[in-house]
Ligand binder design. Structure first.
Ligand code: NAD
Length: 362
């Protein structure tokens, strides 16, 4: 199959959909891969790396869209890319259609066979979202530690302290993929970590795999309120699938915290789990409310595009190989795991949640 990898065009997006080693794997399986020149630059992969892997480099996005049957991207197409698509083309990328009427309309009108990373489900897991949660979780602990610095508005306490001094207290709300990753890094820095979840089985698992400087606690408002007066960093990573994040820390509760404490809201892409959260960007990541520093960047993995690109390709490649093997028309039927990823097909919506969000037929 002919596969196209265009350069991402969204602001602050430096990831690319396939690494050179991913290209090598696709070529080894008999596929032709067209990569737009400089597509991998933001992730530290140059055109020579792609050529050496067997890709055909093409100048400009139009040439890539024209040559390929299957387009692989990172982010959803934006308006300037719509005219580049050919009718009936197959697309594999993050789509997030439920909140995007214009894109949904475009994919239906152009009869695109659109497979979304974020709806691909294996058992109860979303394996193409997990790598980004892992990056965001690890990064959240680093950001929490960084903004504790006095010059960043923080309390001036080093996360792990030094011999003879106190260590910072880090509270993690939600012990899923992002929460576990945040706990690993915060614990690795030497902080005293407490991780809260409402899933007891998950708390058992966390207790088994995390080191001795991490305690587990069942999550209730009472537990959070009792911990806030001594907490230096709170990392919010809760998720209730399909719903807005619950507000676990209200504005009123900020008064329980010490000045210069830090809140990192990883759940901000689901509305945020602190009442005072509002989405920020990498260029202006923080703001202060009632003396508490808030870090609420909605696309955290964008800060580490090389790691994020490699993690994403590791997760998507097995499915991309199947899509390429069977083709957009048949892949979802011949490889049932791809069924959950299919969002639009031949002018029809094929994902119930997306159809319900737009009040359209499924
Ligand atoms: P996950 O499903 O693996 O984990 C969520 C956890 O929250 C679960 O263990 C669940 O039991 C727990 N939970 C639910 N309600 C709770 C409560 N009241 N108290 C304590 N725990 C509770 O999800 P994940 O993959 O770790 O993702 C977490 C969030 O991070 C999601 O909203 C995701 O969209 C977001 N995310 C954000 C970025 C970013 O750049 N900001 C990047 C990646 C992921």
């Amino acid at each position: 199959m002919k596969i196209g990898v265009p350069k991402e065009v969204k602001t602050e997006e430096y990831r690319v959909a396939v690494t050179p080693s991913g290209v090598k794997e696709l070529v080894k399986n008999g596929h032709t891969v067209y990569v737009q020149t400089s597509a991998g630059e933001g992730s530290g992969f140059n055109d020579d790396d792609y050529s050496a892997a067997g890709a055909e480099l093409l100048e400009g996005a139009a040439a890539v869209f024209d040559a390929a049957e299957l387009i692989v991207k990172v982010k959803e197409p934006i308006a300037q890319e719509y005219p580049l698509f050919k009718e009936g083309q197959t697309l594999f990328t993050y789509l997030h259609l439920a909140a995007d009427e214009a894109q949904t309309k475009f994919l239906l009108e152009k009869k695109i066979k659109a497979y979304a990373y974020e709806t691909l489900k294996v058992d109860r897991r979303l394996p193409l979202l997990e790598p980004m949660s892992e990056v965001a979780g690890k990064m959240a602990a680093i950001m929490g530690g960084f903004y504790l610095g006095r010059y960043q508005g923080g309390r001036g306490i080093l996360p792990g302290g030094v011999v003879g001094t106190e260590k910072a207290n880090v509270l993690i709300l939600g012990g899923g993929v992002a929460g576990l990753s945040a706990a690993q890094v915060a614990a690795g820095m030497g902080a005293k970590v407490t991780i809260l979840d409402i899933n007891l089985a998950r708390l058992h698992y966390l207790n088994d795999v995390l080191p001795a400087n991490v305690s587990t606690l069942y999550s209730t408002t009472d537990a959070i309120e009792s911990l806030l007066p001594t907490t230096d960093v709170v990392i919010g990573t809760v998720l209730i699938p399909g719903a807005k994040a619950p507000k676990l820390i209200t504005k009123e509760m900020l008064s329980l915290m010490r000045e210069g404490s830090v809140l990192v809201d990883v759940s901000i892409d689901q509305g945020g789990c602190f009442e005072t959260s509002r989405a920020t960007t990498h260029t202006e990541p923080t703001y202060v409310v009632d003396g508490v520093v808030h870090y609420c960047v909605a696309n955290m993995p964008g800060a580490y595009p090389r790691t994020s690109t490699m993690a994403l390709t590791n997760a998507t490649l097995p499915y991309l190989l199947k899509l390429a093997e069977f083709g957009g028309e048949e892949a979802y039927a011949k490889f049932p795991l791809l069924h959950s990823a299919l969002n639009t097909y031949d002018g029809k919506l094929t994902n119930l949640a997306v159809a319900e969000a737009h009040g359209l037929d499924y």
